[in-house]
Ligand binder design. Structure first.
Ligand code: PBG
Length: 325
């Protein structure tokens, strides 16, 4: 005679909903936004179907819409004009730069929306690298100095949380100290702590025209063969002052998300990256996957693995689906 019948708890939508261990909500999402110069601009990113880079005016309208759908945070990336790129990140520090203007416009229009900003040199770099290049190498310490200044510049413009995505050593401490010295004691740091050198960033680099001009990013981003290194990186970032840590990409790294979650006592975010978005979009377009189901299953899986927050290009779609449920 069976005394344990596991199917009892699966027999109806009501009971399944009651015993669900992981529940996605719009509060979990961080919506990445690509911002470009101009007015009235809304351009589809070729390798990211139905995802757009927008000028500030359209971005502001989008942010209001996201807020009304329950999304609490956006993560800003800007597309820098080629003629402004150099090897020192000059434009990244421009108080009137596209990033700084975007932050102000969004905070003016929607003050409660948490504005997170990408801190890295690649969109501003004539070499397409996340750091300053000397003799074919990406130099660490000089880059960290610029990243710290860049973070202060974002804070001055009104950013709530700066998000360094560069993987230089020691940058979290340098950023925290620079923020403190400038009086930005309420500005948070979301560190891309375990960011792997991944082919899944391809569509993003199309969007920002930021592909590395030479070589790859393997001397700073992590080797995807490694697991313990992710814990080491993340623990150091927490010690240096990270408020939130991140694992990136997400779906091929669910084991890392879980281990990081077990190792730290700060919120863990995961970045469901552009290539992961593109895969689902492409398969859905071919009629090979049900897009809505694939979105919810993927994001629930990432949360189940241990992510408290998920940066995802599906933020809006998923919020819509959840509001409908
Ligand atoms: C750049 C940066 C990248 C992403 C976020 N910040 C690309 C890279 O490291 O080359 C990738 C995001 C995505 O693919 O969705 N520092």
């Amino acid at each position: 005679m069976m005394i344990r019948r596991n199917r009892i708890l699966r027999q109806s939508p009501a009971i399944r909903a009651m015993v669900a261990e992981t529940v996605l909500t719009a509060n979990d999402f961080i919506a990445p936004l690509f911002i470009t110069e101009g007015n009235g601009v809304k351009e589809e990113i070729p390798s990211m179907l139905n995802y757009y880079s927008m000028s500030i005016d359209n971005t502001v309208a989008e942010v209001k819409e996201l807020w009304n759908m329950g999304i609490k945070s956006v993560l800003l990336f800007i597309k820098c004009k080629d003629e402004l790129k150099d090897n020192k990140g000059t434009e990244a520090l421009n108080p009137g730069g596209l990033m700084q203007r975007s932050i102000k416009a969004i905070k003016d229009a929607c003050p409660e929306m948490l504005v997170m900003t990408d801190v890295a040199l690649d969109p501003f770099s004539s070499y397409g690298h996340d750091g300053i290049v000397e003799n074919g190498e990406i130099v660490n310490d000089a880059t960290v100095e610029v990243l710290a200044k860049m973070s202060v510049s974002h804070a001055e413009a009104g950013a709530d949380i700066v998000a360094p995505s560069d993987m230089m050593d020691g940058r979290i401490l340098a950023i925290r100290e620079a923020l403190e010295q400038s009086g930005f004691t309420k500005t948070g740091i979301m560190s891309y702590s375990a960011k792997y050198a991944s082919c899944f960033y391809g569509p993003f680099r199309d969007a920002l025209d930021s592909a590395p001009g030479f070589g790859d990013k393997k001397t700073y981003q992590m080797d995807y063969a490694n697991r313990r290194e992710a814990i080491k990186e993340t623990l150091m970032d927490v010690e240096e002052g990270a408020d939130i840590v991140m694992v990136k990409p997400a779906m091929a790294y669910l084991d890392i998300i879980r281990e990081v979650k077990d190792a730290v006592d700060v919120p863990v975010s995961a970045y469901h990256v552009s290539g992961e978005y593109a895969m689902i979009k492409a398969a859905a377009k071919m009629g090979w996957l049900n897009e809505e189901k694939a979105i919810l299953e993927s994001l629930t899986g990432i949360k189940r693995a241990g992510a408290d927050l998920i940066a995802t290009y599906f933020a809006k779609d998923a919020a819509k689906l959840l509001n409908r449920q």
